[in-house]
Design a protein around this ligand. Structure first.
Ligand code: F6R
Length: 616
């Protein structure tokens, strides 16, 4: 949510910053802006709308200089206007600031600053922060400029409540950037004679693979030749420089029309990467290097508690089903945003899992901290290496699917399903699952990339279906057991990228209310597996058909569907129930994608959304 980029080096800062902003645009696309230091003043360009619009509307010579900051905004305080776009400049013209997060006490600070003669051009909390910094800078004794700049950032941050990732320029310090974080991600890229700041690695990966992940409460002071990290209390921090394993191509479209399409089709390889090196030698169970909990301790756990938001929450519901089914241990799944305020009674032998692609979702992070505060061990399933959730968890599993840039989660979601299935196997084999059942389960997991590959071959057919169904305004998604969360995910995918109203339900639950929606103009997408649930699901389909509802069936190959019951049938391979949710997800990802494309929606940047929700 909001993307931050900073550059200091020998190159022209604006070109590098704008390129970084384009890569970060999925974090917010309400407005974009850049400020560059030149001859003791700021060259500033900012505009409501996309980065592309900013680039087109800004002659390069208007933003020259080698030290600068840039921002893509997801609006919190104040509407989507040029004035509310970042960077903000203090009313004395000395400070430029970009900000990701929310300053909760901005109103009282603003009141104070108005009494001191500061003026405001925007409705944002960020401009308040910027002027507060200018106020402290003015008040600092005439110490050497650099320490005066740094010290006034420290003083300012001690007065603010809320969350922030900020980067700041000062006209008195022509080759310096000060940046800090609390609750919003920020990394420092250490390049060859240059430094970059960014909200995530995709903005800097083309220039350097060496990064320092800043922690909450840390401030980095960057000059053209060096950097130092301190805390808000001015204590020195020894930086750890990590190497990113993602490649530049991972963050490019590589010929696809959208990142969502690319990421859907990347799933076989992504799932392969999630599994790599994670099976025991005897071929009967999974293994995880980073759980940081012994088998003996894990055996003592009598309840797992999963916390997540959005699609990741759906993945937890599938994990719940599989862990309870194969490991026979009760599982609780909570929306992270609810858990942190719920104060529910918790058992003493509970182990928590937080699940988050970005590893930065603030609700999930807050829930993790709440569980830890209560004395529980919390593990994480995350994709972004070095993310806050990954670092604050006691251990966990990285998904290794590369950057997910499309706002709608696809490959990260199926990879979370896979990790859940692997955990169910691992925990099951510690308990009642036999060796031979374990071997069969492992075989099924290893086959999943191929099953997904085969399912992707249905894309042309699904595209055709999408063309015929794109004009409907309401959809129901219906599935049972582990396919109920897939129904929720299908409905979420459709609504978030096509803006069509869609709801997911357990198939049998439909007759307790949602069936009232059914008519010729509200199609239902049914997940139909062969096996014990087949007849039950078919009965639900009959009930819809009797009311003239159109039906799209996502059915496994062996399902002998009554003739004429479904209007459209998308076949998926028969498979082990541990991998069925993964395979069944693919057609509804494609259906949503092609419907959104048919409707000419902005697939990778749907309205009002942003990837990585770092505000509460
Ligand atoms: C939906 C989607 C969101 C995320 C949710 C959690 O397509 O992407 O619902 O799943 O915002 O994000 P992470 O997994 O980054 O915590």
């Amino acid at each position: 949510m909001c993307g931050i980029v900073g550059y200091i080096g020998k190159q022209k800062a604006s070109a590098i910053i704008l390129e970084g902003l384009k890569r970060l645009e999925y974090r917010g696309y309400d407005s974009a802006g850049v400020a560059v230091l030149r001859d003791g003043h700021f060259d500033l360009a900012k505009k409501a709308g996309r980065v592309e619009g900013l680039i087109k509307g800004t002659p390069a010579q208007k933003i020259a200089g080698t030290t600068g900051i840039g921002h893509t905004r997801w609006a919190t305080h104040g509407g989507v206007t040029d004035a509310n776009a970042h960077p903000h400049i203090s009313s004395d013209g000395r400070i430029a600031l970009i900000h990701n997060g929310v300053i909760e006490n901005y109103a009282s600070i603003k009141k104070f600053l108005l009494t001191k003669g500061f003026t405001f051009l925007s409705e944002t909390d960020t401009e308040v922060l910027c002027n507060l910094l200018a106020y402290h800078y003015q008040k600092e004794p005439a110490a050497p400029e650099a320490s005066r700049f740094l010290e006034s950032v420290r003083k300012t941050l001690r007065h603010v409540e809320g969350t922030y990732g900020i980067a700041v320029l000062c006209t008195d310090c022509p080759a310096e950037i000060v940046a800090a974080r609390k609750g919003s991600p920020l990394i420092l890229g250490v390049g060859d004679g240059e430094y970059m700041l960014a909200s995530d690695v995709s903005a800097i990966i083309s220039r350097t693979q060496n990064v320092v992940y800043l922690k909450d409460g840390e401030i980095v002071h960057i000059t053209a030749t060096n950097f130092s990290i301190t805390t808000l209390d001015a204590e020195d921090v020894s930086p750890v420089v990590d190497t990113i394993t993602w490649k530049v191509e991972d963050a490019d479209l590589n010929g696809y029309a959208h990142f969502m399409e690319k990421e859907i089709f990347e799933q076989p390889a992504a799932l392969e990467n999630t599994m790599r090196g994670r099976f025991a030698e005897d071929g009967s169970t999974a293994q995880f290097g980073g759980l940081n909990i012994s088998a003996v301790d894990l055996r003592q756990v009598d309840r797992f508690h999963f916390l997540a938001c959005g699609s990741a929450w759906h993945a937890c519901l599938v994990a719940e089903h599989l862990i309870e089914r194969f490991a026979r241990v009760p599982v609780e799944v909570d929306y992270a945003s609810e858990f942190r305020y719920r104060n529910m009674p918790l058992g003493s032998s509970t182990l928590f899992f937080t699940v988050s692609q970005s590893g930065e979702t603030i609700d999930t992070l807050a829930a993790l901290r709440e569980a830890k505060r209560k004395g529980y061990k919390v593990l994480a399933i995350a994709n972004v290496v070095g993310s806050t959730i990954a670092r604050e968890a006691d251990g966990g599993v990285y998904q290794h699917v590369g950057p997910e840039i499309g706002v709608a989660s696809t490959k990260a979601f199926t990879s979370q399903l896979l990790v859940g299935a692997m955990l169910a196997l691992y925990l099951g084999r510690m308990r009642d699952m036999s060796f031979s059942d374990g071997v069969e389960y492992v075989k099924a997991l290893k086959g999943v990339p191929d099953l997904v590959r085969r399912t992707l071959e249905t894309a042309p057919k699904i595209k055709e279906i999408a063309r015929r169904y794109a004009h409907y305004h309401d959809f129901l998604f219906l599935g049972r057991l582990s396919l109920f969360p897939v129904a929720l995910e299908g409905a979420l995918k459709l609504k978030e990228i096509s803006y069509i109203h869609a709801e997911g339900y357990p198939a049998a639950e439909m007759k307790h209310g949602p069936i009232a929606l059914i008519s010729e103009s509200c199609p239902s997408v049914f997940f139909v597996p062969s096996g014990e649930m087949f007849n039950k699901v078919v009965s639900s389909m009959q009930e819809i058909k009797a009311r003239k509802g159109r039906i799209i069936a996502v059915a496994t190959e062996n399902c002998d569907l009554p003739a004429g019951l479904a209007d459209e049938v998308i076949r998926i391979p028969e498979c082990h129930e541990a991998v069925l949710p993964i395979v069944a997800t693919v057609p509804v990802q494609l259906l949503s994608y092609y419907i959104a494309e048919e409707l000419k929606r902005d697939v990778d940047k749907p309205r009002n959304l942003a990837k990585s929700v770092t505000v509460e």
